[in-house]
Design a protein around this ligand. Structure first.
Ligand SMILES: [Mn+2]
Length: 348
């Protein structure tokens, strides 16, 4: 297990000098967030990212994410062009020593919340999602009223995109994902890269757009599309858990045994209503998930990939990117380290 922390680059409120001081953290998960989806990631930019991280005695353990252009998800006329670009970026990353790439196949929106500072009883704040609140958000003016999205899309662009998805139902989206994987996975395998799809967050349709990576059946279907260890999962516990039927320790066990977990996101949540949940501190006692059972399943399988604590709460007056402060993620890292050390002891 390569314990890692997500790092958003030099603009991140949490510098690499701080990340290096968290015991047991070996690397960071990073990306080139200023490059538009579909554009090629240049070798020199990748090299520069790797160098910055290595200068702090850390490793770039995974890329999160190498985004998939909407045309690929829609199955539009330019998808081959964008898949060609994707493959060039993938090869450039592999040449720089990257071995794990996270991506997702969510139409238009990726992670979506309705409250970025939901107050918990202890005064901490966290991210929350409530489906009824989401339904009340008016998208005619774009994403300005969608927490965390701001000016990402104006009303017109969003309308165009939603129209482009009008003919894309769940089965069509699966077809488009399969088309993408059948071209990309053989290249990844040849380059020694493991691709890991991130589950949809939340794991259900939002704003009338299809979402397919939502449960165990979807993960089984995904790994069967191309039978290769390069066709793996970025198994995010907190993204799948809002569906109470998703048994996370069982799913982690199932896919870890098959060596299909490329990358792990460890996060706890509490379901507080129908299609409603908020994030919590990492320990089992703080949320709905049995975190020890999840870590045990990974440990038992000999998991050696990157693993990161996922979103943290905001505590101790910290300010920064919601979910990505230092303090609570460092507590999560310490908690994971403790479980891993206990499981690695001969006495257990
Ligand atoms: Mn995640």
């Amino acid at each position: 297990m390569k314990l890692s922390l997500r790092w958003y680059g030099p603009q991140d409120s949490v510098p690499l000098t701080f990340i290096r001081q968290i015991p047991g953290v070996k690397g960071v998960v990073g990306g080139l967030h200023d490059i538009a989806p579909g554009d090629v990631w240049p070798p020199e930019r990748i090299r520069d990212l790797v160098d910055q991280i290595q200068r702090h005695s850390l490793e770039l353990t995974a890329i999160e994410s190498l985004p998939v252009h909407e045309d690929i998800k829609i199955g539009g006329p330019d998808r081959d062009h964008y898949i060609d670009h994707y493959i060039i970026s993938l090869k450039n990353l592999a040449a720089a020593g990257v071995t794990t790439i996270c991506y997702n196949f969510m139409p238009v929106f990726d992670w979506t919340r309705t409250d970025l500072a939901y107050k918990l009883a202890d005064g901490a704040t966290c991210l929350r999602y409530n489906h009824a609140d989401l339904a009340r958000i008016d998208l005619t003016q774009g994403t300005r009223d969608l927490p965390g999205w701001g000016a990402a899309f104006d009303g017109r662009r969003l309308d165009e995109l939603r129209q482009a998805y009008a003919g894309v139902n769940e089965e069509r989206l699966w077809d488009n994902l399969a088309y993408f994987l059948k071209r990309v996975i053989p290249v990844a395998e040849g380059a020694g890269v493991r691709m890991g799809i991130h589950p949809d967050d939340p794991p259900w349709s939002i704003f009338g757009l299809p979402r397919i990576i939502v449960d165990g059946d979807a993960l089984r279907r995904l790994v069967d599309i191309v039978d290769s260890p390069a066709n793996g999962l970025s198994l995010c516990t907190g993204s799948l858990a809002p569906r109470p039927s998703n048994d996370l320790p069982a799913l982690v066990d199932e896919f870890a045994k098959q060596d299909r977990i490329a990358f792990m996101h460890v996060r706890n949540i509490h379901v507080d209503g129908e299609k409603s949940f908020h994030e919590t501190a990492h320990p089992s006692a703080c949320g709905d998930l049995d975190m020890l059972a999840i870590i045990k399943a990974l440990h038992r399988s000999g998991f050696h990939g990157p693993l990161r604590p996922d979103h943290g709460r905001m505590i101790w007056n910290e300010t920064g990117k919601p979910g990505y402060g230092l303090f609570d993620r460092a507590l999560g890292a310490a908690y994971i380290n403790g479980m891993w050390e206990a499981l690695s002891s001969a006495d257990v």
